[in-house]
Write a protein that binds this ligand. Sequence first.
Ligand SMILES: Nc1ncnc2c1ncn2[C@@H]1O[C@H](COP(=O)(O)OP(=O)(O)O)[C@@H](O)[C@H]1O
Ligand SMILES: [Mg+2]
Length: 238
Amino acid sequence: MALLEISDLHTYYGQIHALKGITLTVGEGEIVTLVGANGAGKSTTLRTVSGIARPRTGSIRFAGRDITGMKPHDIAALGISHVPEGRRIFPLLTVQENIEIGAWNVADRKQIGKRMQEMFALFPRLRERVQQKGGTLSGGEQQMLAIARALMCDPKVLLLDEPSMGLAPVLVEGIFDIITRINQEQKTTILLVEQNALMALEVASRGYVLQSGKIVLADTAHALMHNEEVRRVYLGEN
Ligand SMILES: Nc1ncnc2c1ncn2[C@@H]1O[C@H](COP(=O)(O)OP(=O)(O)O)[C@@H](O)[C@H]1O
Ligand SMILES: [Mg+2]
């Protein structure tokens, strides 16, 4: 049984049929990536899993339990943490305050302190900036902060939406290293959405290619990386 099982999901924004029957699985311990052009439905898939968007039909099962239609905070409390597109950190709160918000459902102060130290070990740049306001961080640092905040509740699944977006090339590599470390060191299962398909396929074990709300290809990351059509359309080769 997969940790996350999405079956024939249809999600609408008013009249817009954004997801037209998405079926996919994410196994425990995997990094699975969704790649595809702008508007393909990648973010909507993550938003539907985390409960921000409601599917009209279809189902989402997490650890064998049907979570379809549950409220976002109930889904988060079960262990699914979402880092949305565009990061959404709190610009006027300090780095420490931003991170603490991620532990909203952890009552034990000692546990929160311990977890925060683990986040600072993963992101030393954040430790150096604990009292700095979130809005004054660079783009890459804000992305680290958003990921650290999402990890504070020790989620079983991390939903990552475009973590490399807007970052300088030198920082992009760093973010993908961190994704691999979170998966290996924290034992966190990851569903990764990226327009940077090549980098995503390098860290993932499997991938799905989305086009206009449908999955058009599903394979191992290795096979997708060597698929001629994927290379031409999504990796920008001729
Ligand atoms: N808030 C929204 N209101 C209306 N349409 C939306 C909204 N968000 C996304 N869409 C539409 O849903 C489709 C899928 O978008 P999205 O999931 O954001 O794609 P991706 O993340 O792959 O770029 C697109 O046609 C987009 O225009
Ligand atoms: Mg998106």
